[in-house]
Ligand binder design. Structure first.
Ligand code: CTP
Ligand code: C5P
Length: 342
């Protein structure tokens, strides 16, 4: 095998439905086992056959995986059971998967062939985040579990298997998130590169809750349309997001949103807990050349002012059309509509 290379080529396949930072962390580890990472993503038909219909369609899922910075190539419509022919076709040395068993509708291990041929490697799944967990949080949104004025962030001390689902879950911070964020994880996800002299620095700010295909297309266009070189994303704190998104948002806490955004290939840097109003001090500090916002409505600051007043006044504000109408709220609607499928 291995015609065109001195590089180790790695194959990962999966559904990648509701892509989250656990998937990104998986792909990061897989990439580290080699040099070139190819991700095979299954079609809607194939997923429906083996585990029930996905929440996101294949076009959305392909796009999301392409947006992750460790991914070199996406193979659309990869077979559910990984064959040696597939690895050979894409010149991959081995296949990588998380340490859980994936089965076909008939109960066959989808990796039995590559395991037998010793072309299978395993990495540890990221604890505390999964599609099931996120869906659980969304269903909890319909209850009153967010208490304003509580801790900005707090990792629950309960045993993880009892957290999140029980009726005592009060806030997304204390009750729902089982993920333990560390500075090491942030370092692993981060580029760690400052802007180069002369780089055009673009700043965007928002919630970026449940990082989705609308966010991805927005970030791509925000960078491209103003010919930016260095994209900084300011993430609002959980209480700030809750003030303007109402209900029980956000679903992902600030630390989780940081990792989700850092995994995106267009993002250079993240401000963890950015002020809602984009003021002169922030723009000067980061040497921002242009502030970009999408077509979604801009909510006023607490004092009733436009948060983009300053960049607008100095002619450094641009609106871009992401061309995508996905929102976090729509995802929640889809989930609630599909809840019987899970
Ligand atoms: N994965 C991981 N850690 C997680 C979630 C997924 O390492 N918290 C890995 C899986 O083990 C798999 C890859 O990500 O190797 C993507 O495959 P997919 O079929 O999308 O994963 P699921 O296991 O279905 O992910 P989830 O349970 O979150 O839907
Ligand atoms: O709503 P949120 O704060 O997460 O949005 C972050 C940024 O992404 C905003 O500038 C918003 O206008 C943009 N966006 C977009 N298209 C979408 C969703 C969000 O341009 N479908």
């Amino acid at each position: 095998q291995n015609g065109h290379k001195s590089q180790v080529r790695v194959w990962c396949d999966g559904c990648y439905d509701m892509v989250h930072f656990g998937h990104a962390n998986f792909l990061r580890q897989a990439k580290a086992l080699g040099e070139y990472l190819i991700v095979g993503v299954h079609t809607d038909e194939e997923i429906t056959k083996h585990k029930g219909p996905p929440v996101f369609n294949e076009e959305e899922r392909y796009k999301m995986v392409r947006g992750i910075k460790w991914v070199d190539e996406v193979v659309e419509g990869a077979p559910y059971v990984t064959t040696l022919e597939t690895l050979d076709k894409y010149d991959c040395d081995f296949c990588v998967h998380g340490d859980d068993i994936t089965m076909t509708a008939d109960g066959v291990d989808t990796y039995h062939m590559v395991k037998k041929a010793d072309r299978y490697r395993e990495v540890q799944r990221t604890a505390g985040v999964s599609t099931t967990d996120l869906v659980g949080r969304m269903l909890l949104l319909t209850r009153n579990h967010f208490k304003q004025g509580q801790y900005e962030y707090h990792v629950g001390k309960e045993h993880s298997s009892t957290m999140g689902q029980d009726s005592s879950a009060r806030s997304p911070y204390t009750g729902c998130s089982q993920f333990l964020p560390t500075t090491q994880k942030i370092i692993q996800f981060s580029d760690g590169k400052p802007p180069k002299p002369g780089d055009k620095i673009v700043y965007v700010a928002g919630a970026f809750d449940l990082f989705h295909v609308g966010h991805l297309e927005f970030l791509q266009k925000a960078k491209e349309q103003v010919r930016g070189d260095y994209l900084i994303v300011g993430l609002h704190t959980d209480p700030v997001v809750n003030r303007y998104k109402l209900s029980n948002f956000p679903i992902m806490n600030l630390h989780e949103r940081v990792l989700s955004v850092l995994a995106c290939k267009y993002v250079s840097e993240v401000v963890i807990g950015a002020p809602y109003t984009v003021a002169k001090d922030l723009m000067d500090h980061f040497k921002v050349d242009v502030v970009v916002h999408g077509k979604t409505p801009i909510m006023e600051d607490e004092n009733g002012e436009d948060p983009f007043k300053y960049p607008k006044e100095i002619g450094k504000f641009v609106t871009v059309d992401s061309g995508n109408d996905m929102t976090t709220e729509k995802i929640v609607e889809r989930i609630i509509r599909n809840r019987l499928e899970f």
